[in-house]
Design a protein around this ligand. Structure first.
Ligand code: 13P
Length: 253
């Protein structure tokens, strides 16, 4: 028996107005029974968070943000702090999503500062790591380098509070999913890395998700893998019914 609680998270990226967010939430909650065994999380854009937080108060659907700044406040035009996210009802935040790294210049030192700030300010970070297609033949080296730099300053207690998401960049939004075996192999490598840099208890406690073209049709076979503790879903999380089917796949494991 694993002590890790599965997590199904929907990263909406740059999709949905506050009104569209409300429509999704109303529909999704009508399908959802009170959920205790697995955690379910939606990650809408910043502009939807306040409205979503009000609708989700007291519900078992959790709320997260797609990014945050590492400073608490100040002259950082366009940036959002952990305290602002918490005030909207967020309990989670994505850190180091590949789109932030590739399109917005978040390098490993920025990712590390954001991770430390999220933990300091009481948000549970989901650290995203993954390799591009051209890096795929040296995936271990790439992921090891990201983990080493991103987790700088994170002790074993903090790590056990965190979630890691393995998202191969070649599988994001492409319809190309890693096979369950390939996803399992890389995620088990991440767990082994935690064992050797922290300890086995921390490795066993740390939740690790797979992300990259997860859909209702492939969710069950991915989630059946021993080391895969849930999914970070992009496109298929935008429609309440398909996100719900992925949740159902996790429940029936
Ligand atoms: P897709 O599920 O659309 O491939 O996106 C994955 C992702 O990047 C989730 O963070």
């Amino acid at each position: 028996m694993t002590m890790r609680r599965p997590l199904i998270a929907g990263n909406w990226k740059m999709h949905k107005t506050p009104q569209e967010t409300e429509e999704f939430i109303v529909e999704f909650l009508s399908k959802l029974a009170n959920e205790e065994r697995i955690e379910i999380l939606i990650v809408p854009p910043f502009t939807s968070l306040d409205r979503a937080g009000k609708l989700l108060k007291g519900k078992s659907l959790l709320l997260g943000a797609q990014d945050m700044h590492y400073e608490a406040e100040g002259a950082f035009t366009g940036a959002i702090s952990a305290r602002m996210l918490k005030a909207c009802g967020c309990s989670y935040v994505l850190v180091g999503h590949s789109e932030r790294r590739e399109l917005f210049g978040d390098d490993d030192s920025v990712v590390s500062r954001k991770l430390n700030a999220a933990l300091r300010d009481g948000l549970r970070p989901i650290l995203c790591v993954g390799e591009t297609l051209s890096e795929h033949d040296r995936v271990e080296e790439k992921i090891t380098q990201q983990l080493t730099e991103d987790l700088d300053g994170i002790d074993e207690h903090a790590l056990a509070e965190m979630t890691i998401a393995y998202e191969p960049i070649w599988a994001i939004g492409t319809g190309k999913t890693a096979t369950p075996e390939v996803a399992q192999e890389t995620i088990s490598m991440i767990r082994d890395w935690i064992t050797s840099h922290y300890d086995n208890a921390t490795a066993q406690a740390t939740r690790i998700l797979y992300g990259g073209s997860v859909k209702p049709a492939n969710a069950a076979s991915l989630l059946a893998q021993r080391d895969i503790d849930g999914a970070l879903v992009g496109g298929a999380s935008l429609v309440a019914e398909s996100f719900f089917q992925i949740v159902e796949a996790a429940r029936s494991q």
